[in-house]
Design a protein around this ligand. Structure first.
Ligand SMILES: *[C@@H]1O[C@H](CO)[C@@H](O)[C@H](O)[C@H]1NC(C)=O
Ligand SMILES: *[C@@H]1O[C@H](CO)[C@@H](O)[C@H](O)[C@H]1NC(C)=O
Ligand SMILES: [Zn+2]
Length: 994
């Protein structure tokens, strides 16, 4: 009763001030042009899981681990805002806000709507989480931002659209992230953490605020984003933290021995003056808050009220400092109004170091299994999204139950958080992230089953074998006859090598058109058996190449043959040794039509790669090594940990000098098995017809019995003259050049020759000379470098005995499900080509990695979906394949009556003679499964019409005249420029018949 009375009074106050105010820049408080304006930004930083799970943080469970309860923060802040219209607050993480919102009364919601409408409660960033930038893939960043922003748009309308991006905690910043934010319509971006040398340099030069030109392909100002580095991370100035979690003195302005107004005001003026020396305008910002603060908001606001009162009172005595409650967008607005010309940044903010031996480059690799699961989950989510659109409501309501893609989308939103996919959460929280993803998979399996039954016309017992990477699948192990549906989410034809665990030794494989398919049966390797332990009982793997049509599937029928009968595959025998002269002499090599891979007969290590089409041969020696993780020493206590990579010597140890080899040679695939140690093995594979080499590595449990933490790398050493340069992708899109011991914007003092040269690799890394390029594609994010000319390395796994003192409070000692150390298996795809034609291959291959075909196993014999309906063995939702440089990045249900389509040009400008050209496609004539009724082009996050995008204009030192006017949309002629993504909302009508 008492509570509702108090709220009633507060709502009254809100209504009183409600009339005139507006949100956005109009709501900003008046500042003083002749003074130093200090913008106080009350804020809380609420990690979407870290030391506690998302639920534990929301409810305030396990306060013994960390005192934090997000529900209380919002409960506490809102009445403070309602009581005083001068007060401001920002909120960031929609995963938490949406949950809190769902629990509020209509009266409270109405009050909050009013606060948002008046700009008193402002959303900044507004994604589902504040995502990591080193280990994320752009596809998932766009999705998680769109998810959060969609909630804000639906709930608060235009006043809920954030103007400012706010990544105050991620541990380094990627250029692609800035590019995506710019394309989402943000006016500015604020960061908390940059390299300590970089920061000192910027402070001295007053370059804390700049214009970031975040794309080498998109025409400015499309990917330009005003970017500011905050003065003190995201914390308040020292001694001015008034949260209940802090122990700084409150302001005492009463007649008391404890009165401290004079000294605090003097101190504050000193802090403000010092800070303003590093910034260019007469506006500075102070972040008044920190992790999970404002649970008792009264403490903060009461003291800030006094601070403002007493500091501003000094103006009567000649002070030129004006303090005010503000928000990031109000501060940004003042910077924009200053009409200055800003310097331009073109590189990124990696790697991040907070001291000479504190490089945060370990998390690029930390928790490799979670990193892979996250990437694979995106693949599955995109398939789920697509089928939800293609089958319409029959995907959501069907014979397998009622379900939607929403659960996996939210789990993926959570997984992008800067302590989730980054690998920097506690173990129990990491387990919870995996569990959320897994529940999302369950929901999407229902969606996909419903959709495939509807499209395919047959109610099959669809099975999703999620352990195929370690050759476990109960159906294929046991059945004499079954089908495999290969669903291809790409808008072009793909060929995919299929491997299924089986127990027979002869099989027939039949393509959808009834043609027999060449296949081979090879034994399950001892490497795989070691990982399986006692799971699965297949003795063999059936291998064949399948193909699938654009945005559709093919069903292959597989039958076990009596073992004595003449095997199907032998009937189709193509004589390798005859068609490829010289092969029979290469007892230590394997080769296909395009590539030859040679091994050193003495060491068993890879020795040379040849591209037969281009007559390139490159000596390449590859081996696994480990860095001995520092545990800290007398001088510097820093240990290697979940965040920080600190090897205690620059030279890593080879796991072995020589490996035992054996070879499997069939017509479909040739494999060399390399056993490096009891915990490290690799299979080198060449599939017939494929222009790349696949290296499947299996690492773990990393032994720690010797008391040494180990950081395991794979390293490729060549004689390429690389001049200290190597190349890594930024979040799976544009490529950035890296130079050893070098930073583009300051004179680096290199203090960690290995860790200080590590960069995030989200999808690929390469080295090249004038002619030849060696590219390695990864299946998840990893750290990578080139520590010597001609050399390229990727960190694949790490197991550490000490915490690195950055808060997580646990050593990175992943136990795995058997509690003796995590085993990780992954793949690297190797391309050797000319430097000028490599992009053509790595772009398409990387795309096929993150949007790989989804296999669905089917016992067969299910009843028809509708009486009399025939089952469909092949299906494509496109009228024709899209050009190979165009990617269908998104096809997803958006609202009940609209879908989201994103088309992407996936080549950079100048990267490929053919593929870097602009492309025109006809959206109205693209899909077979539905007709587009209405269509609207949106910004990248789909929370604003493209024609309404009016970002603040910033003048730069490298000024650009071209401000593109909004194009009139002709959906029959959609032009895509290199690296351009175009986003559309469409209303559709399903074609009858599916
Ligand atoms: C900046 O330019 C705008 C528009 O021309 C003008 O209204 C404003 O007064 C200028 N601000 C300053 C600080 O010169
Ligand atoms: C699924 O949804 C349909 C239509 O809304 C409803 O009739 C049916 O009972 C639901 N089934 C389940 C299992 O919830
Ligand atoms: Zn954080």
């Amino acid at each position: 009763m008492g509570v509702s009375l108090a709220l009633g009074l507060l709502f009254g106050a809100a209504a009183l001030y409600g009339g005139a105010a507006a949100c956005g820049y109009q709501s900003c408080s008046v500042t003083k042009p002749n003074m130093l304006n200090v913008h106080l930004i009350p804020h809380t930083h609420d990690d979407v899981g870290w030391l506690k799970t998302v639920d534990q943080y929301f409810f305030g469970v396990r306060n013994d681990i960390q005192h934090a309860g997000v529900q209380y923060i919002l409960d506490s802040v809102i009445p403070q805002l309602l009581a005083d219209p001068s007060k401001r607050f920002i909120y960031v993480e929609v995963a938490f806000f949406a949950r809190w919102w769902g629990l509020q009364t209509e009266a409270m919601r109405q009050a909050v709507r009013q606060l948002v409408a008046e700009g008193r409660l402002e959303f900044v960033n507004g994604g589902w989480c504040m995502n990591d930038e080193a280990a994320v893939h752009y596809s998932s960043v766009i999705d998680q931002m769109s998810l959060g922003l969609h909630f804000l748009q639906e709930t608060f309308g235009e006043c809920g659209r954030p103007r400012v991006a706010w990544h105050i905690d991620p541990f380094g910043h990627s250029r692609e992230q800035a590019s995506l934010f710019a394309q989402m319509g943000y006016d500015g971006f604020f960061l908390g953490r940059i390299d300590y040398q970089d920061k000192a340099h910027r402070e001295a030069l007053r370059e804390m605020e700049q214009l970031w030109r975040a794309s080498g392909s998109l025409e400015p100002p499309v990917a330009d984003l005003f970017t500011g580095v905050l003065p003190n991370g995201y914390n308040p100035p020292m001694s001015l933290c008034w949260d209940q979690s802090c122990s700084d003195d409150p302001i005492v302005d009463e007649d008391s021995d404890e009165n401290n107004v004079q000294s605090l005001v003097t101190y504050f003026l000193g802090v403000a003056a010092a800070q303003s020396k590093h910034y260019r305008t007469n506006h500075i910002v102070m972040t008044m808050g920190s992790d999970f603060q404002y649970e008792n908001a009264q403490l903060w606001y009461k003291n800030m009220d006094k601070l403002i009162k007493h500091v501003n009172a000094q103006q009567l005595r000649g002070s030129h400092v004006h303090v005010l409650y503000s928000t990031p967008s109000c501060y940004l607005w003042e910077l924009n109004q200053a009409n200055m010309s800003w310097s331009v940044k073109q590189d990124d903010f990696f790697p991040y170091a907070d001291g000479p031996h504190q490089f945060w480059t370990g998390y690029f690799t930390s928790r490799p299994a979670l990193k892979r699961y996250e990437r694979l989950s995106n693949n599955f989510l995109q398939v789920c999204n697509q089928l939800e659109v293609l089958a319409g409501t029959r995907a959501n309501v069907g014979p397998y139950g009622n379900s939607s893609s929403s659960e996996l989308r939210k789990a993926m939103g959570v997984a992008q958080h800067h302590d989730a996919v980054s690998g920097t959460a506690k173990q129990h929280v990491t387990n919870d992230y995996a569990k959320q993803l897994s529940s999302g998979w369950d929901a999407c399996q229902v969606v996909i089953s419903n959709a495939l039954a509807s499209i395919g016309g047959s109610k099959e017992n669809f099975m999703f074998c999620t352990y195929l990477n370690i050759s476990i699948c109960p159906l294929t192990e046991a059945a004499n006859k079954f089908m495999v549906m290969i669903y291809n989410p790409l808008p072009r034809h793909v060929n995919q090598n299929i491997r299924l665990p089986v127990n027979g030794s002869h099989y027939s494989v039949t393509a959808p058109d009834g043609q027999p398919v060449l296949n081979e049966v090879i034994p399950v390797s001892t490497f795989t058996r070691c990982v399986q332990r006692n799971r699965g009982n297949a003795i063999n793997e059936l291998v064949f190449q399948a193909s699938a049509p654009p945005l559709g599937y093919s069903s292959y029928t597989i039958s076990k043959l009596p073992s004595k009968s003449l095997a199907h595959s032998k009937l189709l025998k193509r004589l390798y040794d005859q068609t490829l002269p010289g092969m029979q002499h290469l007892s230590w090599g394997i080769q296909n039509e395009h590539l030859r891979v040679l091994f050193d007969p003495k060491t068993g290590l890879l020795k040379e790669i040849q591209n037969l089409d281009k007559s390139i041969s490159l000596p390449v020696s590859q081996n696994f090594f480990w860095y001995n993780a520092s545990i800290g020493n007398d001088d510097i206590s820093q240990a290697s940990g979940a965040y920080i990579f600190r090897p205690n010597a620059s030279e890593p140890f080879p796991i072995t000098e020589g490996v035992r080899l054996y070879k499997v040679k069939t017509q479909v695939v040739q494999e060399v098995y390399q056993n490096f140690s009891s915990w490290c093995s690799q299979v080198v594979r060449l599939y017939a017809g494929q222009p790349y080499i696949e290296l499947e590595w299996t690492i773990g449990p990393i032994p720690i019995g010797d008391g040494l933490g180990k950081e395991v790398i794979t390293r490729f050493d060549t004689n390429l003259q690389t001049d200290g340069r190597f190349y890594t992708d930024s979040n799976g899109r544009e490529i950035l050049e890296r130079r050893r011991d070098y930073r583009a914007t300051w004179n680096l003092s290199q203090t960690e020759p290995v860790a200080g040269n590590y960069y995030p690799v989200n999808s690929r890394i390469y080295i090249k000379d004038q002619k030849v390029q060696l590219t390695v594609l990864t299946d998840r994010s990893q750290g990578g470098s080139s520590t010597a000319d001609g050399s390229l390395e990727l960190m694949v796994h790490r197991r550490l005995l000490y915490d690195d003192n950055r808060g997580v409070g646990e050593p990175l000692l992943e136990p795995g499900i058997y509690h003796d150390g995590l085993v990780v298996r992954g793949r690297h795809l190797i391309l050797l080509d000319t430097a000028e034609s490599s992009a053509e291959q790595h772009r398409l291959l990387a795309q096929q990695e993150f949007m790989a075909p989804q296999l669905v196993l089917v016992p067969g014999g299910g009843p028809p979906y509708q009486p009399g309906q025939r089952s469909l063995k092949q299906f494509s939702a496109l009228r024709q394949a899209l050009p190979s440089n165009i990617h269908l990045l998104t096809l997803a249900q958006w609202e009940p009556d609209s879908i989201l389509i994103r088309l992407e040009h996936q080549f950079e400008r100048g990267e490929s003679a053919n593929s870097s050209m602009p492309v025109t496609v006809n959206l109205m004539n693209m899909f077979l499964s539905f007709n587009i009724i209405t269509i609207q082009e949106m910004n990248l996050a789909a929370n604003q019409k493209r024609e309404d995008m009016r970002r603040l204009i910033w003048q730069s030192d490298a000024d650009v005249a071209s401000h593109r006017s909004a194009r009139k949309l002709d959906p029959t002629r959609i032009v895509l420029q290199p690296m351009e993504i175009r986003t559309f909302l469409a209303q559709i009508q399903q074609e009858s018949g599916i």
